[in-house]
Design a protein around this ligand. Structure first.
Ligand code: CS2
Ligand code: MG
Length: 402
């Protein structure tokens, strides 16, 4: 089965998405997500100008060989743009293989290990009481795991908290906005948030929290220690992970589980974290981690060290990545949890999909391949719009980590 054409669909149904559509001489096509939040057009160019011309005429069934051809063959390795481009090609090829064999992708990855993938969603509020309401609302819709973020008193705009009444979306259209950050105020506030949350929502629901790389290792250690009585499912991205050994000092001080990896793109970014058992959950996602082929290898490596997966699943992962993550999560044995930040109705209309939510768990569905379509006519009505993630500065004006 030969690849006959490959093209990109760049659209913005409420937010930007870059989608690869690959066709074969047998009439079967595959879809891949190539979205890199705030840098979308760089991946589109990498694919269009440098990768897609090399794929025409190749055998679409040789997924591993094409992966190695793009990774090793480029000479320039790793990095979010490269790996998102490889990820999109890999997803499209697995989609084609599933359709060619008339079976859902999870069957090709070893079959289902579980009935569904436990997911967590986001609950955000301007203050503690709004956040408690938001967590209770998500529990009422069936979620058994909820990430809680609240506005920090004395910090004008807190990460993860919507500015107006609209639903929260990390990227903002136009040029990047700037907010403020105070580690001292944050560290004093978060234990109070979780103390109140446990009092109101009880002990059973899994509570998660995202620190968004804002702390030094010893600050993160203090946070983890102070949150121990509220037994979080995880504390996410406590410190920037370029310094993998920094996690050792967090580990020395706290039993709060640690999740990291949404900005990683290869196994090499987390090899030490996993090998030294410095983390509990690896969050690399299918699109940014070089696709299903590479993420599968990362998951298998992590399994040896009792590290489980907790894939990034914010709205900048298109429904195609969501489906891929669910197929992988259903199949692998060391799946932990999957993030599920719901897409808008319009995004779901542009990407009709077979995956479904039921009582806190998601299933990828049984359509052949990934089980996601794209409505190109509808997508064409929503062209790309420049958008960025906000930037945060400390009170003295210097930049925080993200
Ligand atoms: C966040 C994301 O979902 C998460 O855990 O960290 O909102 C993240 O900021 C965006 O996905 C970045 O593109
Ligand atoms: Mg995060």
């Amino acid at each position: 089965m030969k690849i006959t054409s490959a093209r990109l669909i760049v659209c913005s149904p409420d937010r930007n998405f870059v989608t690869l559509r690959m066709e074969t001489d047998e009439g079967i096509y595959g879809l891949g997500d190539a979205t890199l939040n705030g840098r979308e057009l760089a991946v589109a160019s990498y694919l269009e100008d440098h990768v897609l011309p090399c794929l025409i005429g190749r055998d679409a069934s040789r997924i591993e060989d094409i992966w190695q051809y793009l990774y090793r063959g480029a000479y320039w390795r790793r990095g979010p743009v490269t790996m998102a481009a490889i990820g999109a090609v890999d997803m499209a090829l697995w989609d084609i293989k599933g359709k060619a064999l008339n079976t859902p992708l999870y069957n090709l990855l070893g079959g289902a290990s579980r009935e569904g993938c436990m997911v967590y969603t986001h609950a955000n509020g301007k203050d503690i009481s709004e956040t408690i309401d938001a967590v209770q609302k998500e529990m009422a819709t069936g979620y058994v795991a909820v990430r809680a973020q609240a506005g920090v008193p004395g910090v004008a705009s807190s990460y993860g908290v919507p500015k107006g009444t609209s639903s929260y979306e990390p990227a903002e259209r136009g040029l990047p906005s700037e907010g403020l950050w105070s580690t001292e105020r944050y560290l004093n506030f978060v234990p109070k948030l979780f103390e109140q949350l446990r009092q109101h929502v009880g002990e059973d629901v899994h509570l998660l929290h995202d620190v968004h790389h804002r702390l030094t290792p010893i600050e993160a250690a203090r946070l983890g220690k102070s949150l121990e009585p509220y037994h979080l499912f995880w504390m996410e991205d406590p410190t920037p992970a370029e310094l993998q050994s920094g996690f050792a000092s967090i580990r020395q001080h706290t039993t709060t589980p640690i999740a990291v990896g949404e900005v990683f793109n290869t196994l090499w970014d987390c090899k030490e974290l996993i090998e030294r058992q410095l983390i509990d959950y690896i969050r690399i996602t299918v699109v940014h981690g070089g696709g299903i082929s590479h993420l599968r290898k990362i998951a298998d490596f992590a399994d040896i060290y009792q590290v489980r997966t907790g894939c990034h699943g914010a709205t900048d992962m298109s429904p195609i990545t969501m489906a891929a993550a669910l197929h992988l999560g259903l199949a692998i044995h060391n799946f932990g949890i999957q993030e599920h930040m719901r897409h808008t109705t319009l995004t779901d209309e542009v990407f009709p999909h077979a995956y479904r939510f039921d009582a806190g768990y998601m299933h990828p569905g049984d359509a052949p391949g990934l089980g996601v379509e794209i409505d190109e006519a509808l997508a064409a009505k929503y062209p790309y719009q420049r958008a960025y993630l906000p930037i945060a500065r400390k009170l003295d004006g210097t930049l925080t980590d993200w």
